[in-house]
Design a protein around this ligand. Structure first.
Ligand SMILES: *Cc1c(COP(=O)(O)O)cnc(C)c1O
Length: 402
């Protein structure tokens, strides 16, 4: 549920992040109130009856809506430039609902191959079990999209930049092809964040987030969100699916996310600056075979990245020489940067995708995605970048000397 109170849509983005959706109670508190309640009471039996008939619009049950969630959803919708937003219990609940809710047996989905492990599972394993045809393409190859979308399709799904190889997919071009094929476009915008990329403006129909990542940004809570402008899609497909299947976001987590949004712009911009410093530093290191960062001119889709996201993002991927052994020595020698599969945190976190997030998909498919045994994914945090570079330099020595 969302609501644009008093022309908040005219506010600039920094103001929206701090004040969007704010709705004070009778106590006139400064900070947003936390409504830790599952239900709501009615003054009379008649009021309950009229509410269930739909004659009165009010809070009924927190699986449907909750005032703290409404504040979070209104704020994120304002930042994204979306008419509708719905919070979910996790990012995967958002991806699953956005993809599945409007689909039925016999439908067809085309997806970019470079996906987060669980997203890949939904498209490759789960949807086909319910009679939905799925097909993968190389997200960076426009010809493959053209071929796949020369036949009717119902949904297109992609991440850009992708996890973990930071491939950049052309949102405007793919949206045009998808719409011509009859497909709606679902974009997982986690890596770009709402600060650096606005897929709805580039033609996407649904945007999904794992708010666990940058929107919380301090490693405290799981959460997700679905955003869109199409009222029929939201009111007739997405919202009923969420209400009746129940992946509801906890009010407490929604409250953390409200506070996360207040500092999102500052954090993402600083983390992206730090990521740029780290990517440049790594490029000069002799233990590294390849650095992938969309903000660097040597990234394969650098021009496209510059067109659709103002900034290279907070993630850096790189291949350490010496394959798995080299990259493990590298990670184990780090003192400051933590080994963790989470990302988007104030703390810098590193992971080896081939043995963690992308272990399940098998060596052959990993090779096709460009996930080698030496690849590391670094989520750059808010530490001083000089400390990060010193830590990485020591790790490099250890990787070399193994
Ligand atoms: C983490 C992540 C998800 C899943 O989010 P959860 O909150 O962990 O369920 C989906 N897509 C991408 C790109 C992610 O990084």
């Amino acid at each position: 549920m969302t609501r644009d109170k008093g022309g908040q849509g005219r506010w600039r983005e920094a103001t929206r992040l701090v004040r969007g959706g704010l709705s004070r109670t009778a106590f006139s508190e400064t900070s947003e109130a936390l409504f830790m309640t599952s239900g709501y009471v009615y003054q009379t039996a008649e009021e309950a009856e009229q509410t269930f008939k739909g004659d009165i619009k009010r809070y009924i049950y927190s699986r449907y809506a909750n005032p703290t969630l409404t504040t979070f959803e209104s704020r994120l919708a304002l930042v994204e430039g979306a008419r509708f937003c719905h919070g979910t219990a996790s990012g995967m609940a958002a991806v699953f609902a956005a993809l599945l809710a409007p689909l039925k047996a016999g439908d067809r989905v085309v997806a970019a191959r470079a996906l987060f492990g669980s997203c890949y599972y939904i498209v490759a394993d789960l949807l086909p079990r319910y009679g939905i045809q799925t097909e993968f393409v190389d997200g960076t190859d426009l010809e493959q999209w053209k071929t796949a979308l020369s036949r009717p399709a119902n949904a297109v799904f992609l991440e850009t930049p992708s996890n973990p190889t930071l491939e950049v997919v052309d949102l405007a071009a793919i949206s045009t092809l998808a719409h011509a094929a009859g497909a709606r476009v679902v974009v997982d915008n986690v890596f770009a964040t709402p600060i650096l990329q606005k897929p709805l403006q580039l033609g996407a129909d649904l945007v999904v987030y794992s708010t666990t990542k940058h929107i919380d940004g301090q490693g405290r809570s799981l959460g997700g969100a679905i955003l869109a402008n199409d009222e029929a899609l939201i009111e007739e497909q997405i919202f009923p699916f969420l209400r009746h299947t129940g992946p509801a976001l906890s009010p407490f987590n929604a409250w953390l996310l409200i506070k996360g949004l207040e500092t999102l712009d500052l954090r993402v911009r600083r983390q992206a600056e730090n990521a740029r410093v780290v990517a440049d530093f790594l490029t000069g290191q002799d233990c590294i075979a390849r650095v992938l960062y969309p903000g660097r001119a040597d990234h394969p889709q650098h021009d496209l990245a510059q067109r659709q996201m103002p900034g290279g993002g907070t993630m850096v991927a790189f291949d350490v020489k010496g394959r798995r052994e080299g990259s493990f020595r590298f990670m184990n020698a780090l003192n400051l940067i933590d080994i963790s599969n989470n990302l988007g945190d104030a703390k810098s976190l590193i992971t080896h995708p081939a043995t963690t997030t992308h272990e399940r998909i098998g060596a052959e498919e990993r090779a096709r995605m460009g996930i080698g045994d030496g690849l590391l994914r670094l989520s750059v945090g808010l530490e001083d970048p000089a400390d990060l570079c010193e830590d990485l330099a020591l790790a490099c020595q250890a990787a070399r000397n193994g």
